[in-house]
Design a protein. Structure first.
Length: 247
């Protein structure tokens, strides 16, 4: 069974094709249209399609998509094997929900800390019994660098540097890097410690565009052996959701 999976984020739209659990291909677009989707599927027979979006309004190409495929809109009402205890599921970001569904689907019976690095950094925890209670949202890597520049009169806009590993900066540029990158490192460690302090077995799943960067920040930490990088975690979670969905 071939599934078309579409994840519409703040910056990019990711599109994937799955055959069962197997990811066949994936692409991302800044602003897709229906011709991009048609070219991506390449005329392949699609059994089902699922769309997750962080945006409230549908674009024209989404309406056109509905006329081509059996489209399921992913919402906070999907459970797909998890027990969702979030108090306001209607306001839960669909990318966060898909991430924890994907984590539970890939690693059932394990506690999973899901950390996604994109426009924002999201932290979500699902226990070994597939119970999800919520998580945390903080500014992302690039957002922090831009904020330092935007909200001050004299501080420059600095780019991230994966090779920076000093405890502090010795000039303005490195001081900003120290504040942003070490700040994220300490934040990562703090959230992980809080989530897993009562767990004996767990995974730390890194996803999103900054997952490799976060892995670099944590590579010398005590958590390194528990890290699993799943750049397509949300797509895999959406695929799991559509496989469990009954029309």
């Amino acid at each position: 069974m071939t599934n078309l999976v579409i994840d519409i984020g703040n910056t990019f739209t990711k599109v994937a094709l799955f055959n069962g659990d197997d990811l066949l291909k994936v692409e991302q677009y800044p602003q897709p249209d229906i011709t991009d989707i048609d070219a991506f599927t390449g005329g392949l027979a699609v059994n089902k399609a699922i769309v997750s979006s962080v945006k409230k309004e549908q674009s024209d190409w989404q309406h056109q998509l509905n006329s081509r495929y059996r489209v399921v809109q992913f919402t906070g009402s999907f459970n797909a094997g998890i027990n969702n205890h979030y108090k306001t599921p209607a306001t839960l970001g669909t990318d966060r929900l898909a991430g924890v569904i994907g984590a539970n689907y890939l690693y059932p019976g394990k506690a999973n800390v899901v950390i996604s690095g994109g426009t924002c950094i999201t932290y979500d925890y699902i226990d070994a019994g597939a119970n999800y209670f919520g998580g945390s949202i903080s500014p992302g890597l690039n957002m922090r660098y831009k904020a330092v520049n935007y909200y001050t009169a004299a501080l420059p806009l600095v780019n991230a540097d994966a090779n920076f590993n000093a405890a502090f900066g010795d000039d303005t540029t490195t001081a900003i890097r120290s504040g942003v990158q070490n700040g994220i490192k300490y934040e990562l460690q703090g959230f992980i410690e809080n989530y897993i302090k009562t767990q004996k077995g767990y995974n730390i799943i890194l996803s999103g565009g900054d997952s490799i960067f976060f892995d670099t920040l944590l590579k010398n930490s005590i958590f390194a052996p528990y890290i699993k990088i799943e750049p397509y975690l949300v797509l895999k979670g959406l695929n799991a959701a559509i496989q469990k969905h009954n029309d």
